[in-house]
Design a protein around this ligand. Sequence first.
Ligand code: SF4
Ligand code: SF4
Length: 294
Amino acid sequence: MTNRKPLKIAIASGKGGTGKTTLSTNLAAFIADQEEVALVDLDVEEPNSGLFFNGELFHEEENLKMIPKWNESKCTLCGICQKVCNFHAVIQLGPSIIVFPELCHSCYACSELCPVDALPMVSKKIGVLRDFKLNKLHFVESRLDIGEEQAVSTISKTKKYAEKNYGNAHITLFDSPPGTSCPVMEATKDADFVMLVTEPTPFGLHDLSLAVETMRALKKPFGVVVNRDGIGNNAVVEYCEKENIHLMARIPNSRKIAELYSSGKLIYREIPAVKMALQGILDYCLETVEGERK
Ligand code: SF4
Ligand code: SF4
């Protein structure tokens, strides 16, 4: 198993609260019992995979973005910067130029087109990246500062960090943000396989169908895991059958699982059926990706 090419698996869901993090953390710890794995929490607005690991922090760095800084003494108030900014992040207000850092996409247009160099780009802290280690598990997370909206660029930077430092790990897991918008695209686009986690409810089905459309548009191999099986109805299972989507596992709805989760414990260590389900999920991911690589 250790001679194969590194494998990247993204764990995603159409909406929050489906148990995506439970699956990510349990799968990461389960793999780490046998071989090297990197778990990368890309839910940068609310990373919480780290709650389940008591790893050793050995690297921390600031996530930065570049924004223009107005130099009043050079500015001629020509108005070019306001005209060229597509994001309304720089405006002229009377005799002043105001920059809105939260709206700025760091495109450099205003800075480069300012005729008198009155808008040099400077760095601004928008969050922090942390890297933990626990035996064979490497855990990387980025957390955006409150009010910052640069999820896509932060996800991209976090993935680059993981690739540079753990690109040779046998398996890398990306705990993706919920939804189907740009951050999810960024989190899943380099994955070899995407695991979609859902729950068997009408809301779960609705969001799953959107996530399936997204994965099909991205041409990603994917499979579905039903979490809290037993609540709701059978519509998710029927949908998967009709759409010819592989149902990789059904994790039961159980009080014991909920108690383990709420006390920050790993479920598979206490419930053999979950351990078997994780092995089944992993085997399917490996077989599918190996098949695609042939
Ligand atoms: S482009 Fe430069 S000179 Fe013109 S208004 Fe903006 S900051 Fe001032
Ligand atoms: S760097 Fe780009 S996005 Fe930011 S203020 Fe300037 S033109 Fe707007």
